[in-house]
Write a protein that binds this ligand. Structure first.
Ligand code: B12
Length: 261
């Protein structure tokens, strides 16, 4: 079947750019070149390809900070979040985004380690619970500020939630932000969602993949049971867990969609 003029398959991209098919495939899998899966095959929009090639050509674009700088930024983020210095935390996140730090790295390597340290210090009795609550509230605002507004054709539609009893909404927001950044349309339902409602929501909407985050380990069984129910009704599901990475999430969501077509 002939494709619309503005769409290309990976073979066409490889031919136009003069690289091997596998190179194009790696760009797509790494999230560098946006592509949607249609009838089980990747399709790339011409304007996305043009933007991708332009970005590769532009020598003035600063390189995103490497791991040592992100580790230093994580230290500063922890200092700001644990002392409640909201503007320092938001400025730091804003500066990293301005330096083209991928959102997944900002969240995974700068924000998450700070929250884990704060959670551990609370557990060890080194700080009061209000420090953790205040840090969570600031983190919510940072994530709101950096949340992307993707343009162009989406890869598909994802639902993100956590089941009843798991009140850790930040993990759902983090998942929603990185999925939007990867060009998915996201229904972000947040935390503490009743299982029946999640099953109904996925049945009533065109959802390509349901994502259930789990931070409170006591809710793991309910999340897995709910995932089984959603799957049985025909929607693929991926389930997260403490310590699982957002890079992993992106790959699992893509694989779940590709495997379903
Ligand atoms: C902030 C926080 C809270 C806040 C949440 C605020 C909010 N709006 O989210 C509040 C104050 C509400 C809270 C409450 C509680 N909390 Co709390 N909390 C935390 C803290 C500090 C951070 C949580 C967080 O955001 N984690 C998300 C990120 C930062 O971590 P992550 O788990 O690695 O998640 C990643 C993956 O899940 C991935 N991901 C997301 N989706 C998907 C999907 C897929 C498919 C994949 C692959 C990956 C993926 O994304 C995340 C980022 O990379 C943690 C510390 C910790 N170690 O996490 C404690 C922590 C989770 N809480 C804990 C506890 C005990 C509680 C309470 C029971 C305390 C109490 N007595 O009331 C309640 C439970 C409430 C409930 N019913 O759920 C414990 C859990 C202990 C355990 N058994 O393991 C922890 C570990 C603190 C500790 N060290 O003891 N908490």
């Amino acid at each position: 079947m002939a494709l619309p003029d503005e769409e290309l398959e990976l073979d066409d991209v490889a031919e136009e750019v003069g690289v091997h098919y596998q190179t194009v495939y790696r760009w797509v899998r790494a999230g560098k070149l946006p592509a949607a899966v249609v009838d089980g095959r990747y399709r790339v929009q011409r304007h996305d390809l043009a933007a991708f090639l332009e970005a590769r050509r532009t020598p003035t674009r600063a390189k995103p900070p490497g791991a040592p700088r992100l580790a230093r930024a994580a230290g500063k983020m922890h200092a700001a979040l644990s002392t409640g210095d909201e503007f320092a935390a938001r400025d730091l996140a804003g500066a990293l985004v301005a330096e083209h730090t991928p959102l997944v790295d900002l969240i995974q390597q700068v924000i998450v380690p700070s929250l884990l340290r704060i959670g551990q210090d609370w557990h060890d009795g080194k700080l009061s619970v209000w420090v953790e609550h205040r840090a969570s509230a600031i983190t919510e605002r940072i994530l709101g500020e950096v949340a992307p507004r993707p343009r162009g054709r989406r890869r598909g539609t994802v639902m993100v939630a956590a089941v009843s009893g798991d009140r850790h909404s930040l993990a759902t927001t983090m998942a929603a932000v990185v999925l939007r950044d990867n060009n998915w349309r996201v229904h972000h339902l947040g935390a503490d969602m009743p299982a029946d409602e999640l099953v109904r929501f996925c049945g009533d909407h065109e959802i390509d993949v349901a994502v259930l985050t789990v931070v409170n380990p006591e809710c793991g069984d309910l999340a897995r049971e709910t995932a089984d129910r959603i799957r049985a009704a025909g929607t693929p599901v991926v389930v997260g867990g403490p310590g699982r990475s957002l890079d992993d999430l992106i790959l699992q969501v893509r694989d779940a969609v590709a495997g379903d077509r």
